[in-house]
Design a protein around this ligand. Structure first.
Ligand code: ADP
Ligand code: MG
Length: 716
């Protein structure tokens, strides 16, 4: 064993020049170990942590440490009873004078009277069994009790004190206790203990920030320790030094990754791909409509980029329905006419297939092929061979397109649709398949202008800020879920006159299984009303099943399509005019806007019903109202940001929301600018982070999962 390890180490050492960046430094192992491996976290709680913290492959210690407190319980106040504040937490030193159980045979709370020399307090316990209380608070004993003090009927009471402690225990009580976001079944104490356990196992890390950026001189680990072990409420403030230190680190990791990737991509100087536009002209002639001004403009920008010797890295931003697909097709035509191949990558199979079917007839004369995970091995071999031989002009597909086994003959342009669904490394993997292939990424996630830089670095941007003509405004209504029956009846009337409706089911928890169950239940319930005209599509279905369900809806064989958010991106059924979204309050605004964009694609009048489960807070209400008032994706995104800034955390972790875990753009804009400057300084003359002083930054990239950038360093 030892010999084998030695041999491995030797080989590894020899390879280190090549693969070093690909492997996570062992120093970080304990941070990337599963939460379930922490002392005191059993399998049941481990599952709850997985649910709470989210990552698909299970929560790790680092995820827990990045789950920062949302506030504190301040137990520092230890007043005499007479001086204690009501409606606040007090920690009182008192003597137990009397137990008042409920009358024999009656239900009711146990009241325990306690006092100090200045006054008395009633402790109230609603329990089935009072044994624990009697043991912890025997008459005559002196104890510390900590909890919320209230004035009730003229006297002081504390219902279920949080803590009942003796002298020894009070000495160990954290005076300020962090409060965490939880999930059902997970107790605060468990999260606190697990976070402390994770900190105890955490390694000492070298400092990666240049000295002048001190954040009270807190290191990354010290900042984490302060946030999880606060001494004052200020310690967990997002504007305090500890939080800001981590936010800065996160923003720096993001900026570094963007700049490194960009530096890398610009290294290979681009190719000139000029075309006369013959193929594009043929497509335009086949279109039943003319381009909008914005489409024409974007097309021209792209054509010019392709023709220039510099490599294109361009973002095409356009609201849902703005008509990005045709712009992509025209770009691909230019690339093909210039003698290259083009690839269009879509995030889902449904969407890839739809692109393939729509674009084929428009691009008559070009050789299109579809690549998805559903191809059989034989099909795949055959398609790959044709692609490598240059017998395919335009390859359309899912992530199946950028697998290692895929080789292009001469990839000139890679287009990535709905880019927020793909990571940086996937985009690069595709672009890397060509010799300095140009790259066009398209997104319908309206990203506020202020954030484009954060997420995309300095890509060139084309914006489709104009919708195709003839679109009728979507009638959006916000309706309480209690009125479900009315909604069903209304949908029924619309169906009777030939309408088609999407019915999007709630995100239950953050679990796909539960989402699917909810969608299945809803489909079943709707079948009671609409019979076999109800279809169902969700993420757990196999590709062919999904397509079949979509096709039945497209052809009108089903009139109601119950769906989870798999329909969110791109799917186009112009006949659908009704969108019902259940539990709209659980979705991010951008996501709701995307979903709504599935209707209003034809010329008919469309309706979007946002069903919410009350009670909604003022902010929650305001969020949905924005959708009612506006169909401008950019405005919606700006408003979402503003409202979230006002403390509505809903939506922060939702799928599709380009997310930071710690940094809040609305609070930490100055940090972003500073991080940008530091990253520029570093990357300017050391884009591989090879200098001794820059090597700790590699750890930073791993910690914030920008390791795709690290891998690039060594990728050759
Ligand atoms: P998105 O930008 O959301 O990807 P699509 O490319 O799917 O939008 O286009 C949405 C719909 O608008 C499609 O049905 C498409 O055929 C149509 N469309 C695109 N451009 C125009 C145009 N200039 N005039 C009329 N309809 C258009
Ligand atoms: Mg699209």
């Amino acid at each position: 064993m030892a010999a084998a390890m030695g041999a491995v180490a030797l080989v590894a050492a020899r390879l280190s020049l090549v693969v070093e960046g690909n492997m996570r430094p062992a120093l970080l192992d304990s941070l990337f170990a599963p939460v379930g491996a922490l002392p005191g976290v059993g399998p049941k709680n481990a599952r709850l942590f997985d649910r709470l913290l989210g990552p698909a492959d299970g929560a790790r210690a680092l995820d827990l440490l990045f789950h920062l407190p949302v506030g504190v319980l301040d137990r520092r106040a230890r007043p005499k009873v007479r001086d204690a504040q009501t409606d606040a937490i007090a920690t009182l030193h008192v003597r137990v004078t009397e137990h008042r159980p409920p009358a024999p045979g009656r239900k009711g709370p146990l009241r325990v009277l306690v006092e100090d020399e200045t006054g008395d307090v009633e402790l109230v316990f609603f329990l089935n069994n009072f044994e624990w209380v009697k043991q912890k608070l025997p008459v005559g004993a002196t104890r510390w009790v900590s909890g919320r003090l209230e004035l009730w009927d003229g006297h002081l009471q504390m219902v279920h004190p949080d803590k009942v402690l003796d002298e020894e225990e009070i000495a160990r009580l954290a005076p300020v206790e962090p409060v965490y976001g939880l999930t059902e079944g997970l107790y605060p104490r468990i999260v606190q203990k697990a976070a402390q356990a994770a900190l105890a196992k955490a390694p000492a890390l070298p400092e990666w920030l240049p000295p002048p950026l001190s954040f009270d001189k807190l290191s990354f680990m010290q900042a984490l320790r302060r946030l999880h072990g606060p001494e004052t409420p200020d310690d967990v403030e997002p504007t305090g030094p500890a939080w800001k230190r981590l936010a800065f680190d996160e923003l720096l990791a993001g900026q570094l990754a963007l700049l490194m990737v960009r530096a890398r991509m610009r290294v290979a100087s681009g190719r000139t791909r000029s075309s006369e536009g013959k193929l594009a002209a043929r497509v335009l002639a086949a279109l039943p409509y003319g381009l909008t001004g914005a489409q024409a403009r974007a097309s021209e920008e792209i054509r010019a980029d392709l023709a220039a010797p510099k490599r294109m890295i361009r973002l095409l931003q356009g609201d849902v329905g703005a008509g990005k697909t045709i712009v992509a097709l025209l770009a691909m035509c230019h690339a093909v006419e210039a003698g290259g191949q083009a690839a269009l990558m879509a995030p889902t199979e449904i969407l890839a297939r739809q692109h393939f079917e729509r674009l084929g007839p428009l691009a008559a004369g070009l050789r299109l092929e579809l690549f998805t995970g559903r191809d059989t091995a034989a099909q795949r071999r055959e398609k790959h061979a044709r692609l490598a031989a240059g017998e395919i002009d335009i390859a359309i597909g899912t992530h199946a397109l950028f697998q290692d086994s895929v080789t292009f003959h001469n990839l000139g342009l890679a287009v990535v649709d709905e880019q927020h669904r793909f990571g940086v490394h996937q985009r690069l993997a595709l672009a890397g398949k060509g010799d300095a292939a140009d790259l066009l990424v398209m997104t319908a996630t309206p990203i506020p202008r202020s954030l484009v830089l954060t997420y995309f670095g300095d890509m060139d941007v084309s914006v489709l800020d104009e919708k195709p003509p003839g679109r009728v405004a979507i009638d959006t209504r916000v309706i309480p879920l209690e009125r479900l029956e009315d909604v069903i009846a209304g949908v029924g009337r619309a169906l009777a006159s030939g309408a088609r409706a999407y019915w999007v089911c709630p995100l239950v928890e953050e679990s796909e299984e539960l989402d699917v169950a909810a969608a299945e239940d809803r489909a079943e319930a709707l079948r009671q009303f609409f019979g076999a005209r109800v279809g169902l599509v969700h993420g757990r279905m196999k590709g062919p099943e999904k397509d079949a369900a979509m096709e039945r809806f497209q052809r009108g064989e089903t009139a109601v399509l119950v769906a989870t958010t798999v329909i969110e991106v791109g799917v186009d059924v112009p006949e659908a005019t009704i969108m019902v979204i259940e539990h709209a309050e659980r979705f991010g605004l951008a996501q709701l806007h995307q979903l709504r964009g599935r209707v209003g694609r034809g010329t008919g009048r469309s309706t979007c019903l946002l069903l919410y489960k009350g009670p909604l807070g003022a902010a929650g209400r305001a969020r949905l109202e924005i959708l009612r008032e506006s169909e401008d994706g950019f405005r919606i995104a700006e408003e979402d940001l503003r409202l979230r800034g006002e403390g509505d955390v809903l939506g922060a972790r939702q799928a599709g929301a380009p997310g930071f875990r710690i940094a809040r753009i609305e609070l930490h804009g100055d940090l972003l600018r500073a991080a940008r400057a530091v990253a520029e300084d570093v990357v300017r003359d050391d884009e591989r982070l090879a200098q001794e002083a820059h090597r700790p930054l590699r750890l930073l990239l791993w910690l914030f999962e920008r390791e795709a950038a690290v891998k690039l360093l060594e990728a050759g």
